[in-house]
Design a protein. Sequence first.
Length: 191
Amino acid sequence: MAIWRSSARIWPGLRQRSWPSKAPNTHLPYLLSQPWQVLATLPRLISLSARVRKDTGGNHADFGFQTLLWGREPGGAGKPLDVLAMFASQRAFYAAIHRAFCRGLLCERERRGEAPIYPHRALSAECIGLASAALISGSTDHRHFNRVGLWVAPYLAGSFYDGSYEVTIPVTAAVLAAVKPRYAADFALGR
């Protein structure tokens, strides 16, 4: 529901804009859009993601991402699970993917024509923090998570014009080592 006030009451010297009678003002000053999609369906888990769009009347909408897992096993069905909860240590998981993520992000920035943020620094200094990215789990065989994706919202790795960035990394032995034993059967090496 939009609340409209006469601009003449707010700013007395401002002339009102007239809209064509056949094209009413369809601008929504406040909007939240969060459509969910299924990324992977495994025997025990479903991987879900949402691209969130929030508009509060500024120059452009803000974008972000949300991800979660949904349990399909008896006793776990209908319960959401944070993707990072599958790993024994967040630090070990981040250490396992950090270099590949930074390299993938840098390649994607170069592909889009973005100059390095700090050309004189090492690759790790050029990279954003992994906590700023949304983590997704993907599968190519529909039985195991064999790839990990990271979505980076606009402004975090480039300009708003460049949009979001997505870096996909195959699951490695280091990633497998960081997985909790309870979820080890849900992961496999990626190619």
